[in-house]
Design a protein around this ligand. Structure first.
Ligand code: EPU
Length: 468
């Protein structure tokens, strides 16, 4: 286990390059399993979640060459060695469950995917995935297995295209259904599908691979069965979560950071909200520059939503930014029922934040009649004080690093492995921007924290992580 020492109070200044998107790259690797042809990926982020996904693919027979210096991966899965995903990959990770969609059309063996329930941001069930795959003709059962249980999936009679209407535009359920539909007979229509940029990137990859996929304006995605597959070269889109994280870190520290590779098209909702509170940005040919240009003003109402709305993953760092904006702002989290777990620590650092079970703002969301604390009121400007912090999940982790960058004294941040899963070389990038941040071995494990600490799957032999 390692920890960070962060001493804040300095503006972030300089130039960094956006990494490839975690939530695209991991799915692209799984999608490559649909075919036996070589797929070459460029702009691959060097992060823990990609490492885990590469290990998963190797488990089932993929040959993977990962050149971390040149940020490329070549993957070929000529044949499947097994369709059993070992129990140690169990966790709240969305990746193993996507193996079902990718492998159903490739094997007659049972696909066995271990899984446990929710994680620290909500229950995260997979009912929408399972229902959609059933409609395509898969048989999927959850069976007790070892201590945790696993999904057993097969499509012995083949997959057949169907019309599927998702109750909610789930990113993972849309991806799983697309993957299965590529090998299902005929045409599949997914209504009320998620249309996040990472899904569009997946569709572009699949088109190169040999599938015909249409995205209609009304959130319907139509997939025709692919009969032949081709070798593919694909450049992964930039990570808009990473971009938003560094953007708000730059502005809240009163700095100026140019993020090369940041894609304007994928940041529209974010940039609108940034402008509403007085945050500066300038879209250039090669990326976006973010800067502080005078007092930030609160009074913002922000609702997280599916694309093209304001991403739930932007919410945590944005709340830290709002602690530095004068006035009261309201956030309504409509994607996850429990994504404000990080707030208590922010309060202990001096933030003026209160949580509510009601839907505060414009509309009632799915969580309106449940008792979830899913709305937040934040009042700025508040100075933040250093603290010893333990990271509960990836995005909360970056929010804490940001908060520590605002506190003049030294904070110690533990459970750093969460950040490694999603933020490429974040210590190097922050140091290049002038932050006073360093990484050390943690003195000793706190037993009270071990049950929710990220489990280590970077080496395929032991443990398992909780992933996003
Ligand atoms: N949901 C269901 N049933 C399902 C699937 C989802 O009820 O079968 C619910 C979830 O519980 C949640 C909501 O639908 O309340 C949204 O879940 P979704 O399936 O859209 O999310 P996901 O695929 O599990 C991905 C990202 C998340 C990101 C969300 C929303 C990956 C690996 N993860 O999760 O990213 O927040 O989409 O955009 O792609 C992160 O990167 O930190 C992260 C959490």
């Amino acid at each position: 286990m390692e920890q960070l020492k962060v001493r804040g109070g300095k503006p972030l200044q300089g130039h960094i390059r956006a990494a490839g998107a975690k939530n695209a790259m991991t799915k692209l690797l799984v999608a490559s399993l649909l075919s036996d042809k070589k797929c070459t990926f460029f702009n691959v982020p060097n992060i823990g979640d990609v490492e885990i996904t590469v290990n998963l693919c190797r488990e089932i027979g993929s040959e993977v060459l990962w050149d971390k210096t040149n940020k490329t991966i070549e993957i070929t899965t000529t044949e499947l060695k097994t369709s059993y995903i070992p129990q140690r990959y169990s966790g709240s990770n969305r990746i193993p469950i996507l193996m079902i969609g990718a492998l159903l059309g490739r094997t007659n063996e049972d696909i066995i995917v271990p899984t446990i329930g929710g994680d620290l941001i909500g229950m995260r069930p997979v009912n929408l995935h399972i229902n959609a795959l059933h409609k395509l003709g898969a048989r999927i059962e959850f069976r007790e297995m070892k201590k945790e249980g696993a999904y057993f999936a097969q499509a012995h009679e083949g997959l057949k295209g169907a019309v599927i209407e998702l109750e909610y535009p789930s990113v993972g359920a849309t991806e799983n259904t697309i993957l299965a539909a590529v090998r299902a007979k005929g045409t599949t229509s997914i209504k009320n599908a998620a249309i996040e940029p990472e899904i569009i990137d997946l569709i572009l990859f699949l088109q190169k691979l040999g599938a015909n996929i249409m995205v209609d304006a009304d959130r319907t995605i139509r997939i025709q069965q692919a009969h032949h597959f081709q070798e593919v070269e694909h450049t992964v889109i930039a990570d808009r979560n990473e971009v938003a994280s560094y953007a708000v870190a730059a502005i809240s520290t009163k700095g100026r950071v140019f993020i090369e590779g940041a894609e304007h098209l994928h940041m529209i909702a974010f940039l609108n909200k940034l402008r509403e509170i007085g945050g500066g940005f300038s879209v250039k040919k090669e990326g976006i520059e973010f800067f502080h240009e005078g007092t930030l003003h609160g009074g913002l109402h922000l609702e997280t939503d599916v694309h093209p709305g304001f991403m739930t993953d932007w919410q945590q760092p944005f709340v830290v930014l709002l602690t530095q904006a004068a006035g009261v702002s309201v956030i309504h989290e409509t994607v996850y029922e429990n994504r404000f777990g990080y707030v208590q620590t922010l309060k202990e650092m001096g933030a003026d934040v209160a949580l509510f079970t009601q839907c505060l703002g414009g509309k009632l969301c799915r969580f309106a009649s449940n008792n979830h604390l899913h709305s937040l009121v934040v009042k700025g400007v508040t100075p933040l004080q250093a603290k010893d912090i333990w990271i509960p999940d990836l995005r909360a982790g970056f929010a804490y690093v940001m908060a520590a960058l605002l506190a003049p004294d030294e904070s110690t941040i533990s459970n750093v492995e969460f950040l490694d899963r999603g933020y490429e070389e974040f210590v190097g990038k922050l140091t290049a921007l002038g932050a006073n941040i360093s990484r050390h071995a943690a003195p000793k494990k706190n037993p009270g924290q071990s049950k929710t600490a990220v489990r280590n799957l970077l080496a395929p032999a032991d443990g398992a992580p909780a992933l996003s």
